[in-house]
Write a protein that binds this ligand. Structure first.
Ligand code: ATP
Length: 448
C-alpha cells in the first residue's frame, strides 16, 4: 500500500462520494472553508466519539466540559493570546498580498515580484462585536482554542466532580484562527474543531505524565488503523516552544505534502492557572486531601484537530488496487470510523426482492448506520460502498426468497459468506467487532 496518495485524489473522492464539499460552492466557494456531507458528518461523529470514548468514558480520571466560544475578553489578555498569538507578516507594496515572513525568501513578492514591507505582527484571533453597539468596549473574540474554557472552569469542575488530582478535563469544539496561509484541503483552515484535554497534575510529576500522554495519543491513532510507519514524534526545540510551554511533542503524520503536525502534546506548567488567578483575582489552586499541601497544578495538554485527524484517517485508508483487471478504489477505514457499517443491496430492483430487502434494512438500521441501495448494477454499488469504506455489504438474491439467507461481502478481503436472515444483526455485530470471516465453510455450503 503506498505511504502517500495525491491530495487531489482525496479531495476528489470526498466530493464525489459526499464526504466534504467546498463551502458556499454555488457562490464560488469561500477560501479554505469546507462543509461535511452525509458521509463526512458520520466520519466526523465517529472520530469524535472514538476520542471521547478513549479519553473520557474509558477512564475515571477525566471528565467532560462544553464551554462557550465567546468568552470574557480578559481571558485572552490573561492567556497571552492578545499579545502573543501572532505571526509576522510582510505585505507586497504592488499587489498587496500578505505573506508569512518565514514563508518567503528574499525581499520580493512570490506572486508579482513586487517589493515587500518590513514584517508586521498580525494577530490570528477573529474579532467581532457583542451587542448592538460596535466599539472598543464591545469587542469579543472567537476562541482560537478550547483550552481556556477549561482553565477558567477549573475550580467549578474540581468542586463539583469530587475528583482528586491527577484530573483531566476534556472538551471538543470549534476553534477559529485567522490563518495567513490556510490550505492543503482540511489540514489548515480558519474554522476547525479541537479535541483537547487539560490534564492537571502535581508539579514534579509533570514530566512523567507528559511521557505517558505522548505514548497514549500515539497509540490511539495506531489502534484506529493508522500505519505506524506513517507516524513519528518530534520534540520541539527550545526556540520554537509556545510562550506557555515548558516542553512539547508533536505527533507527525506523513500527509501527501510531507511530514506535518497531527497533534501537539504540551507541558503548559502552571502558566494558565497562575495567569487567570492573577488577572481575575480568584485563587486557582488545589489542596491535596491527604497531605493538605496546597499548590497550583501543572497541566499536560494533548491537543488534536478533528479535521486534521479525519484527513490522516482518509489518506491512510485510501488504496487503489487491481481486482481481476479492474481498478478498485477502497477506503480501509477502521470499522468504528466507517460512516456506513453495512449496506443492504438487493441483487436488482425487482418487485419480488424489494420487500425482503427492505425488511432486512429495517432489521439492521436500528443497530448500525445502514445504507439501502438498489439502483444501478450490483458491481457499481459494491464499488461505491468500497469507496466510502463500508465494511460489509449484505446482498439479497432470488435464492434468499427460498432459503431465507443472504450473502455478506467483506470490504477488505472481498470474501463472502452466506448466513440466515434471522439473527443477521448479531452476525454483523460480531464481524464489526473483528470476528474472523469463516469464508471457506459458509461459502462452500452455499455452493452445494
Ligand atoms: P500548526 O503549527 O499546524 O499551525 P499549532 O501548533 O498552532 O498547529 P495547536 O495550537 O497545537 O496547533 O493545535 C493543536 C491541533 O489542532 C493541531 O495539531 C492540529 O491538529 C489542530 N489545528 C490547529 N490549527 C489548525 C487549523 N488552522 N486547521 C485545522 N486544524 C488545526
Amino acid at each position: 500500500m503506498p505511504a502517500k496518495v495525491d491530495m487531489d485524489k482525496i479531495v476528489s473522492l470526498c466530493k464525489r462520494r459526499g464526504f466534504i464539499f467546498p463551502s458556499s460552492e454555488i457562490y464560488g466557494g469561500l477560501a479554505s472553508c469546507w462543509d461535511y456531507g452525509p458521509m463526512g458528518v458520520e466520519l466526523k461523529r465517529n472520530v469524535k466519539e472514538a476520542w471521547w470514548k478513549t479519553m473520557v468514558q474509558d477512564r475515571d480520571d477525566v471528565v467532560g466540559l462544553d464551554t462557550s466560544i465567546m468568552m470574557h475578553p480578559g481571558v485572552w489578555a490573561a492567556s497571552g493570546h492578545i499579545d502573543n498569538f501572532t505571526d509576522p507578516l510582510v505585505e507586497c507594496k504592488s499587489c498587496h498580498l500578505r505573506w508569512r515572513a518565514d514563508a518567503v525568501e528574499g525581499k520580493k513578492c512570490p506572486q508579482c515580484s513586487g517589493e515587500l514591507t518590513e514584517p508586521r505582527m498580525f494577530n490570528l484571533m477573529f474579532k467581532t462585536f457583542m451587542g448592538p453597539v460596535e466599539g472598543e468596549g464591545s469587542i469579543v473574540y472567537l476562541r482560537p482554542e478550547t483550552a481556556q474554557g477549561i482553565f477558567v472552569n477549573f475550580e467549578n469542575v474540581v468542586t463539583t466532580s469530587r475528583k482528586k488530582l491527577p484530573l483531566g478535563i476534556a472538551q471538543i469544539g470549534k476553534s477559529f484562527r485567522n490563518e495567513i496561509t490556510p490550505g492543503n484541503f482540511i489540514f489548515r483552515t480558519r474554522e476547525f474543531e479541537h479535541m483537547e484535554v487539560e490534564y492537571f497534575v502535581k508539579p514534579g510529576t509533570d514530566e512523567k505524565w507528559l511521557d505517558y500522554w505522548v505514548k497514549e495519543r500515539f497509540d490511539w491513532y495506531v489502534k484506529l488503523g493508522i500505519k505506524k510507519e506513517n507516524l513519528r514524534l518530534r520534540q520541539h526545540g527550545k526556540d520554537e516552544l509556545a510562550h506557555y510551554a515548558r516542553d512539547c511533542y508533536d505527533i507527525e503524520y506523513l500527509f501527501p505534502m510531507g511530514w506535518s503536525e497531527l497533534e501537539g502534546i504540551a507541558n503548559r506548567g502552571d502558566f494558565d492557572l497562575t495567569q487567570h488567578a492573577k488577572c481575575s483575582g480568584k485563587e486557582l489552586s488545589y489542596r491535596d486531601a491527604e497531605g493538605g499541601e496546597k499548590y497550583v497544578p501543572y497541566v499536560i495538554e494533548p491537543s488534536a484537530g478533528v479535521d486534521r485527524s479525519i484527513l490522516a484517517f482518509l489518506v491512510d485508508a485510501y488504496e487503489e488496487e487491481d481486482v481481476e483487471g479492474e481498478k478498485r478504489t477502497v477506503l480501509h477505514l477502521h470499522h468504528s470510523l466507517a460512516p456506513i457499517k453495512v449496506a443492504v443491496l438487493p441483487l436488482s430492483r425487482n418487485e419480488k426482492l424489494t420487500p425482503l430487502a427492505k425488511e432486512v434494512f429495517r432489521q439492521l438500521c436500528p443497530k448500525f448506520m445502514t445504507d439501502y441501495d438498489d439502483s444501478q448494477s450490483i458491481g457499481r454499488r459494491y464499488r461505491r460502498q468500497d469507496e466510502i469504506g463500508t465494511p460489509f455489504c449484505v446482498t439479497i438474491d432470488f435464492e434468499s426468497l427460498e432459503d431465507k439467507q443472504v450473502t455478506i461481502r467483506e470490504r477488505d478481503s472481498l470474501a463472502q459468506i452466506r448466513v440466515p436472515i434471522e439473527g443477521l444483526e448479531h452476525v454483523v455485530e460480531a464481524k464489526l467487532k473483528g470476528e474472523a470471516f469463516d469464508a471457506s465453510t459458509l461459502w462452500a455450503t452455499r455452493q452445494k
